[in-house]
Design a protein around this ligand. Structure first.
Ligand SMILES: O=C(O)CCC(=O)C(=O)O
Ligand SMILES: [Fe+2]
Length: 278
């Protein structure tokens, strides 16, 4: 079963961590407003002409994917550091010196789409058997998600399955949720996009976050280059990768802070030391 949590729960952060430990997933109802979701849809629809229709059955022949939602949607930027995402990431990926945003993608599953092959998102890292979580992912419900319109199908608890285990479709349950809800799941949880038997589009903003020592899914320094992000908050820039991590990773040139590439007029400490969000 997919744990369902309420945004108003005074113990939401601990409910999230408990759910992710036990089931590898949860839905947080009402994590954002319908207006916020609609605004993201409008901002990203402007880029609909560049959206790619899946070239493989895995990407979905009836699925449109629009990338780079951070530079393209100011409204998405306003919720990228949502407290539920931060609580979940700090818990699941807190074993690493830092964790960060890896990518996001606007995924519109259209009529006649077939079920996506079940997978673990962490397989993107050459299917290495890390033995621990390296990703914390999710999906904003830009529209309602229903079993009929292609809600993501999850195998709760499968984040603990062995490396070579494989689920059946019968093991899955749909992450049904209303617009504005947030699905969170770990990189080890088996899931896949659902079949869409309706005549409408299921729209979701898929999120990926990973430990700071892994390559990000999309290149944030190309999508969000220094010249374009000078008015973004430091916290968001740190979150997308303008930061030092690990033991001497992510610095720039002469042991410089990558944020100095965005703000050459400001003073930043030199050195390799990891920068933590808190
Ligand atoms: O669209 C969805 O519901 C899930 C997509 C997905 O899991 C993926 O592309 O990795
Ligand atoms: Fe996935």
């Amino acid at each position: 079963m997919i744990p369902r949590l309420a945004t108003g729960d005074p113990n939401l952060a601990s409910a999230i961590t408990h759910a992710l430990d036990e089931q590898g997933c949860c839905v947080i109802e009402g994590a954002a407003t319908g207006e916020t979701m609609d605004a993201i849809a409008v901002e990203l629809a402007e880029h609909g002409d560049v959206a790619s229709v899946g070239a493989s059955s895995f990407e979905g022949h009836h699925t449109r994917r629009t990338g780079a939602p951070l530079p393209r949607s100011a409204t998405f930027r306003s919720i990228a550091l949502h407290p539920a995402v931060l609580a979940a990431g700090d818990h699941v990926l807190g074993h690493a010196s830092t964790w960060r945003y890896s990518a996001a993608e606007y995924i519109e599953i259209g009529p006649d789409e077939t079920p996506q092959r079940l997978h673990r998102d962490a397989w993107k890292y050459d299917m290495v058997d890390f033995g621990f979580e390296v990703e914390l992912n999710g999906m904003w419900a830009i529209t309602d998600f229903t079993a009929a319109n292609g809600a993501t199908r999850l195998v709760p608890g499968s984040h603990r399955w062995p490396h070579d285990a494989r689920p059946d479709r019968d093991d899955t349950v749909p992450a049904e949720m209303e617009q504005g809800s947030l699905l969170l799941y770990t990189g080890m949880l088996f899931h896949g996009g659902g079949q869409n038997t309706t005549d409408t589009w299921r729209k979701g903003l898929s999120l990926q976050h990973a430990v700071g020592w892994l390559t990000q899914s999309t290149n944030q320094f190309l999508e969000c280059p220094p010249a374009d992000v000078a008015d973004w908050p430091d916290e968001l820039l740190r979150f997308i990768g303008y930061t030092k991590t690990g033991n001497g990773l992510g610095y720039w040139r002469d042991s410089e802070d990558p944020l100095s590439a965005v703000h050459p007029d400001r003073d930043f400490a030199k050195g390799w030391a990891t920068q933590r969000r808190n």
